[in-house]
Design a protein around this ligand. Structure first.
Ligand SMILES: NC(=O)c1ccc[n+]([C@@H]2O[C@H](COP(=O)([O-])OP(=O)(O)OC[C@H]3O[C@@H](n4cnc5c(N)ncnc54)[C@H](OP(=O)(O)O)[C@@H]3O)[C@@H](O)[C@H]2O)c1
Length: 291
C-alpha cells in the first residue's frame, strides 16, 4: 500500500482553490487541477501540478477530489456533465453554502457513487497551509478519518459531526461573529480617528480588549445553555445606559450610528421582555425571536 502523499484533484482555481492546490503541492501531493478558465492553472502547473483537459479526466485522476468554486450551483454545473467519473471517489466540497445545500449535495454525490464531505474554510488564501487556521468538516466520520492526513496540508481539520450541514452552519455563525466584530472595530476606529488617532495606535488596545471579551463569552456560554442569566457582573440596564455614551460621542463626530442604534434597540427589547437586570447573555432570548 502506498503510504506517501496521496494524489488529489482540485476543482476550481480561484483565489482559494489555487491556494488549496499550492498547499497540497507544498506537501508533496501529486496534484491534478481543473478550472473553467484554464489559464488560472498556469502558476500551479509551473509548480508541478498536472492540468486535466476535462473535468472527467480531473475526477478520474485521484481518489480524493477537493472542490472550491464560487457556489454550489457552479459546482453542480461543473460536475454534472461528468458525473459518471465520480463513482468510487471521495469529494470534499470547500465551496461556501448553506446547510440545506450541503445535504442536497451529499445526496446528489451519493446517488453518483461518491463519498462526500462538506467543509468550510476559516481563513483567507494567505492562511491556507497554516496549522493555525481552522478547516471545518461535517459528514461521515470514516470519510473524514480516511482523508484527515491529506486535509491537514490545508490547515487544522476540525470534524464537527455526522450531519452534512454542520460545517456550513458553523461557517455562517462564525462569519456573522466576524462581521459584527470587524464592524464594531471599524466604528471604534472611526470614533478615535475623528480625534486624529491612527488605526495602528488604537488597534493594539482594541485587540487587548477583545481578549477580555473572549472571557465574557466563556462566562456567558453556560448561562445560555442553562437559560439562566444572573446579572451579577453587568446588567442589560447598565449597558443600555452605557451605549448612550457611545451614541453621543459618535454622533458628535458625525459618524454613522446604525450599528450601535441596532445594538441599543436589541438591548431595549430584552429589557422590555423583563431581562433588564439579567446579564447581557439574556439578549439571546430576543435574538431567538422569543421574549
Ligand atoms: N477567498 C476567501 O478568502 C475565501 C474564504 C473562505 C471561503 N471561500 C469560499 O471559497 C469559494 C471560492 O472563493 P474564491 O475566493 O476562490 O473566489 P474566486 O477567486 O472568485 O474564484 C471563483 C471560482 O469559481 C469558479 N466559478 C465561478 N462561477 C462558475 C461557474 N458558473 N461555473 C464554473 N466555475 C465557476 C471560477 O472559475 P473561473 O476562474 O473560470 O471564473 C473560480 O474557479 C467561495 O465559495 C468562497 O465563499 C473563500
Amino acid at each position: 500500500m502506498n503510504s506517501g502523499p496521496q494524489p488529489v484533484t482540485v476543482i476550481g482555481l480561484g483565489s482559494m482553490g489555487s491556494a488549496l492546490a499550492a498547499a497540497l503541492l507544498d506537501r508533496g501531493h501529486p496534484t491534478t487541477v481543473w478550472n473553467r478558465s484554464p489559464r488560472r492553472a498556469e502558476p500551479l502547473v509551473a509548480r508541478g501540478a498536472r492540468l486535466a483537459g476535462t473535468v472527467a479526466d480531473a475526477m478520474a485522476a485521484s481518489p480524493l477530489i477537493i472542490a472550491c468554486v464560487l457556489d454550489y450551483e457552479s459546482l453542480r454545473a461543473v460536475v454534472e456533465p461528468a458525473a459518471e467519473a465520480l463513482a468510487g471517489r471521495a469529494v470534499v466540497n470547500l465551496t461556501s453554502g448553506s446547510p440545506e445545500q450541503a445535504q442536497e449535495t451529499l445526496d446528489w454525490f451519493g446517488a453518483h457513487g461518491a463519498e462526500y464531505l462538506d467543509g468550510a474554510i476559516m481563513t483567507t488564501p494567505p492562511g491556507v497551509g497554516s496549522a493555525e487556521m481552522m478547516f471545518l468538516y461535517s459528514g461521515r466520520r470514516d470519510v473524514f478519518e480516511t482523508h484527515r492526513a491529506t486535509l491537514t496540508a490545508l490547515g487544522d481539520p476540525l470534524y464537527l459531526g455526522q450531519k452534512p450541514g454542520l460545517a456550513s452552519l458553523y461557517d455562517s455563525a462564525l462569519l456573522g461573529l466576524m462581521w459584527s466584530a470587524m464592524t464594531g472595530w471599524l466604528h471604534g476606529t472611526a470614533l478615535v480617528g475623528a480625534e486624529k488617532i491612527a488605526a495602528t495606535a488604537f488597534t493594539p488596545i482594541a485587540i487587548r480588549w477583545l481578549g477580555a471579551v473572549t472571557g465574557f463569552l466563556t462566562r456567558y456560554a453556560p448561562q445560555v445553555d442553562e437559560g439562566c442569566y444572573p446579572g451579577d457582573d453587568a446588567t442589560i440596564d447598565v449597558q443600555i445606559a452605557a451605549i448612550d455614551h457611545l451614541l453621543h460621542a459618535a454622533a458628535a463626530r458625525g459618524l454613522d450610528n446604525a450599528l450601535p442604534e441596532l445594538l441599543k434597540s436589541t438591548m431595549q427589547r430584552a429589557h422590555a421582555a423583563g431581562h433588564g437586570s439579567d446579564s447581557f447573555a439574556a439578549v439571546i432570548e430576543t435574538l431567538r425571536g422569543g421574549r
